[in-house]
Each structure stands twice: as structure tokens, then as C-alpha cells.
Unconditional design. Structure first.
Length: 248
């Protein structure tokens, strides 16, 4: 489906907001959209038309629940103690506190969620900060081509920077948890679901979005993460059935 977005006005000061807007303009120019205005990374073979035509990827089944899958370690990270470090190939490395993060431009969106274990869930509402806005804040160098996400339990996963610049990639801290058709409205992301902050990359299998997110490292070279070195596909496009590495 096409993501549904709503964005709140930034709470940062006008000077910083102007710098972010200009930096984001340059980034979007670097990762151009096609002639129809759609974002199509060169690293992502599946086209927007293919994803619309086949909303449920092959090998997936729909669930009305929302299964919890993790490494068996759920760090107890309280928002007031949480920080997000962003470093590597960036001009402005930073470490955001919870208060800093909450001052950034905020968005809410509704996107589908695909797990490599063959289940999918339609129309999941998430809220947080667009990755592209954080990228504008730290200003990746021209050498930056990949981003390694770091989770608070030691998890890592790798993604091309070009794909993370899409408008539906979110660093989320709130969600609407829908189970069997019922929900309790917007809430902070629960610990068992990766809170206080997790990455959402809707066009890839869900393992490409780290739970308990505490770090983003921009780098020139690719670096396979936790599951990638254990036999999972390095890219993870659900519409290409990219579940496992051809090496295994």
C-alpha cells in the first residue's frame, strides 16, 4: 500500500530548522526520485508498481495478531536514560537524548509490516522521526553509502543509505498496537516490541529495522549484521523472497 503520512511542525529553533531543510534538499538531490516523483533506489530491484500490484509478497500470510520475535534479550532502557549516537561518515556526529529526539520534526504513518518468518500485518500505525530528517541533521559525507543500526542488546543490521532515505523509513517511538481487530490507540512502543525506539523500514523484511535502537553508524563499506552473518540475506526484499543467503 502507499504509506499515509502526517507530520507535526518542528519544535527546533528556526535557524536549525533552516539548516535541516537545506541539508535535506541536498540529500534528496543526491538520491533523486524518478521522473514520476517516486523514490526508487538503485539497490532495490522491486518497483513501486510491483509492490502495489502484489501487496502480499509470495510466501507470506496475513495475521490479525502481532507476534513477538527477538533475540531473547530485552534491555530495560528507560526513555530518560536513552540516547541515540550517530557517527561515522557524517559531518555532524551527535548523541541525542530523549528530550533532543522529541524536539525533532515528528510524523505518523500507516505501513505494512513483513516478517521473514512468513507473516505479514497490514496497516500498522507508527509515529516518530523520519530517517531522512536525522540524516539532514548529521549530514552524511559523500563517502557514506551504508548505515549499520545498533540495538541496545548488541544487535546490528546493515542497509544501503540510499534505501533508508525513502519517505516511509521511520525511527519510531510510538505505535497503535492492533490485535485481532482491537487497539487502545496511540502508545509508546512497549519494551517487548523494541521500545523505547525502533527502526521501521517497510520495504524490507522487519529484521532490517533494529529494536531497542541506540546507534546509527554511517560508513563507506557494507558490513553484514547479526542475522546477515548467520545466513540471512544481506538485502532482504520481501517481493524478491530474499530470506536467506545463497551461500547457505
Amino acid at each position: 500500500m502507499q504509506p499515509d503520512f502526517s507530520t507535526e511542525l518542528p519544535q527546533i529553533n528556526p535557524e536549525d530548522a533552516a539548516k535541516m531543510i537545506e541539508a535535506k534538499r541536498r540529500l534528496l538531490q543526491r538520491f533523486k526520485r524518478d521522473e514520476h516523483g517516486q523514490f526508487q533506489p538503485t539497490t532495490l530491484e522491486t518497483t513501486p508498481e510491483e509492490r502495489i500490484a502484489k501487496r502480499l509478497p509470495d510466501g507470506q500470510h496475513l495475521t490479525k495478531g502481532f507476534p513477538v520475535l527477538d533475540l531473547g534479550v530485552r534491555p530495560d532502557i528507560r526513555p530518560e536514560e536513552w540516547t541515540l549516537r550517530i557517527w561515522g561518515e557524517v559531518e555532524n556526529p551527535i548523541e541525542l537524548t530523549w528530550e533532543d529526539f522529541k524536539k525533532l520534526p515528528r510524523s505518523r504513518q500507516v505501513t505494512d509490516f513483513h516478517c521473514v518468518t512468513t507473516w505479514s500485518k497490514y496497516d500498522v500505525p507508527w509515529g516518530g522521526v523520519h530517517f531522512s530528517d536525522l540524516a539532514a541533521l548529521v549530514r552524511p559525507t559523500m563517502k557514506a553509502r551504508y548505515v549499520v543500526q545498533h540495538g541496545g542488546e548488541g544487535y546490528t543490521t546493515n542497509t544501503p543509505l540510499e534505501e533508508l532515505m525513502d519517505a516511509d523509513v521511520l525511527i519510531a517511538d510510538e505505535m497503535v498496537l492492533q490485535i485481532n481487530g482491537e487497539d487502545n490507540g496511540w502508545q509508546a512502543i512497549p519494551r517487548e516490541r523494541g521500545g523505547p525506539v525502533r527502526m521501521i523500514v517497510p520495504k524490507l523484511y522487519a529484521w532490517k529495522g533494529s529494536k531497542f535502537l541506540v546507534g546509527l553508524r554511517f560508513q563507506e563499506h557494507d558490513e553484514p549484521g547479526f542475522w546477515e552473518v548467520r545466513g540471512y540475506n544481506n538485502h532482504a526484499d520481501p517481493w524478491r523472497n530474499e530470506r536467506y543467503s545463497s551461500r547457505y
